[in-house]
Design a protein around this ligand. Sequence first.
Ligand code: CA
Length: 231
Amino acid sequence: MPTTILIIEDEPAIQELLSVNLQHAGYQVHAAYSCHEAQQQIKQQMPDLILLDWMLPDQPGIQLAHALRRDTRTRDVPLIMLTARDTEQDKVDGLEAGADDYLTKPFSPRELLARIKSLLRRRAPQLAPDPVQAGPLTLDPSSRSVHLDEQAVSMGPSEFRLLHFFATHGQRVYTRTQLLDQIWGDHVFLEERTVDVHVRRLRKALSTVGQEHLIQTIRGTGYRFSTTHSS
Ligand code: CA
């Protein structure tokens, strides 16, 4: 089944440009020219991703973004905002309204495609459902839970993916770029320090059961999962 993208944009020329490029890239495209029209379409069919313009004739796109995030049905739909605005505050407003990404016009279709691909991969990471052993820890991808014996170790979804990746990829060293590609599906638009932040959170979670040593820093290279204590 092709991935469906709903484009909410009132400018016919831009709507056309986006449609042509996305169709060419293999996506099934639906067009809406106002927030109202978009909501009608979403009611009938949930798209896999939404491109949302900021300036629309009936209401600001950002208002629709808020509404989509409030609704449990559309809460998790990947959402990219398109806009001519490019001030820092607008960007913050867009992201706070629940947009996953933000693209300022004019943008290249190539960049848009790369961001769509990256967002889809981030939102739908491929995890095998089988439980995995990570040293003394048991990871259950279907419930995203981690246990040490009977004790649950609570962590965020990114930390879970990171630990799952390490646990299923042996005791070798991975660079931050490799980890961004493997776990977030993108090393182009995310910064390497993203990895450091999540490693820090993961270690903090693991420290609640005394297992923070499982993730080792290899100076100048990256990170490694190891069940043996480093010297
Ligand atoms: Ca517009």
